[in-house]
Design a protein around this ligand. Sequence first.
Ligand code: UDP
Length: 372
Amino acid sequence: MKPRILYLYSDTGGGHRSAATAVMQAVEHLRKNTFSQEMVDVFASCSGFLNIFAKLYSPVIKYSPQMWGQLYYWLDDEKKLERLEKVAGPFILKELVGLIKKKSPNIIVSVHPMVNHLTVKAIKQSGKKLPFIIVITDPVTLHRAWITPGADQAIVATPEAKQLAVKYGMPENKIKVIGMPIDPKFSLKDKEKQAARKKDNLKPKAFTILMMGGGEGAGKMLEIIEEFDRAELNIQLIVIAGRNKSLETQLKHSASKFRFPVRVYGFTDQVHEIMAESDLIITKAGPGTIAEAMAMNLPIIITSWLPGQEEGNVEYVVRENVGRVSKDPKRVVEIVKEMIGTPEFEELKKNIRRASRPQAAMEIAREIFRYL
Ligand code: UDP
């Protein structure tokens, strides 16, 4: 029987699912047909209680990101996390022990912050000796909930994340700095833009801007598009609305009224193909999207972020000089105008090539192999 790898994730946004899928794809790419791999949405399957939080993610980040920030900061506290674990722990623990017994994995890999302490306890209670790795998907500033000294290893994306993890109590010898896992399809993708556009019936030579807002399609996309329309720029736009159905419908209805072509997608598994056609991305500061855009060498304009959780990502984009930041739709359009065809734009791309770690998922896969 093939050794089994069990991934714990949650379908909040798109980032955790993408990270788990990325590592799974890398494992398969490096060792074809060697392992049996499975992802389990821990909130949906183990905890009615935490599933309420998970279900709130989509409406809250769309309509009141500040509220998510308040919750984030309120819970970023050792004592409160302990209390939360006391309240919710017993139910989830029982489910987790059951999950481990049922799936009988040879290793567990978590890409989510909320149930890692309990997973360590559940492994003990199940009576099995199982390695447990945590892949921290907040690349710069990370929440205390990730920190689990009892895990065998924590993989982080940057040296800053490592410093914070140590400060919060993760033993230094258990931390590896590797990078954000992104699906190998991003790093393996051919980046010849004009041919890709032609094949997809887009204008081959137009400056092509991709707009997205994570899995939930968050951010002021419509306002920004209207601002582009006033600016009379020679561009074409591709919008990925993700799971934001109302944005998708609204944009599909109004796409033809704009002066430039606007192509609209709902939730798509073709993000890598779409990035390959694009010159620039305008996005929420989601860690998955930023890492993927960098692997595809796209300069980034950040227009929204989750308070607390994604602030470090905004600082990262500025510090590494791989993009620009503005919440003001007018300013966003000015930034684009100032950038197109300039040496500054080429400079951003050079910085992206330097900072990007497109092979991180492969390296994480190799770490997993060390335990099997
Ligand atoms: N994504 C996708 N299809 C879509 C929209 C998003 O596959 O239509 C993916 C995107 O490629 C990225 C993830 O969802 O891997 C979004 O993760 P991120 O960390 O940027 O933000 P989140 O959605 O977790 O807030």
